[in-house]
Design a protein around this ligand. Sequence first.
Ligand SMILES: CC(C)(COP(=O)(O)OP(=O)(O)OC[C@H]1O[C@@H](n2cnc3c(N)ncnc32)[C@H](O)[C@@H]1OP(=O)(O)O)[C@@H](O)C(=O)NCCC(=O)NCCS
Length: 155
Amino acid sequence: MNGYLIRAATLDDAENIFRAHKDSVENLCTADYNAEQITMWLDGRSAEAYREAIVAGNLWLAQDEIIQGFVEIDGHEVSKLFICGSSAGKGVGKELLRLALTKIRNAGYAKAYLEATVTAEKFYEHFGFRKVGEGNFSRGNSPVSIEIIKMELDL
Ligand SMILES: CC(C)(COP(=O)(O)OP(=O)(O)OC[C@H]1O[C@@H](n2cnc3c(N)ncnc32)[C@H](O)[C@@H]1OP(=O)(O)O)[C@@H](O)C(=O)NCCC(=O)NCCS
C-alpha cells in the first residue's frame, strides 16, 4: 500500500495520534489481553502523553485521510508502534519500524530495544528482534497488569 505519507508528527496531531493508539489497542490487542487489561492500558491517557516525544522530534506517523499508525523512539528504544485496526497487515508497521530503526542507528546506537506486546512479538521476530526478558506493565496504582516481552536487535 503506497497511498500514505510518512512524516514527523506536530503538536496539532496529538489528538489524532491518541485516537489511532486507542483504535489499535481496542481492535488488535483484544485476542491477547482481556477487557480489564485494555481499560487499564488506556486509562487516564490523553493527547498530552505524546507531547514530549513530538517536541523532541521522536514521533512519526503514517497518514492518508486518517492517521493510520505511528512510531515513537526514546534513545535506543522503539517506545511505541501502533497501527489502526483498519490499516493493519498492509505494510505500514514495517515502514514505521524501519524508519525508527534508521533513526536509532543514525543516532549512534548499536542495538535497538523494545518492550513488545504479546500481540506484536512475532512481528518483531520477523525483523530479527530476539527475546531478552519478560516483564509486566501497569499504570498508576492499578492491580491490573499486562505481560510484555523485552526484545533487542543488533543494528
Ligand atoms: C504489530 C503491528 C505493529 C504490526 O503492524 P502491521 O502494519 O500490521 O504489520 P505489517 O503489515 O507492516 O507487517 C510487516 C511484516 O510483518 C509480518 N507480520 C505482521 N504481523 C505479524 C505477526 N503477528 N506474526 C508474524 N509476522 C507478522 C507480516 O507478515 C509482514 O511480513 P512481510 O514483510 O514479509 O510481508 C500492528 O499490528 C499493531 O499495531 N498491533 C497492535 C498494537 C501493538 O501490539 N503494537 C506493538 C506495541 S509494542
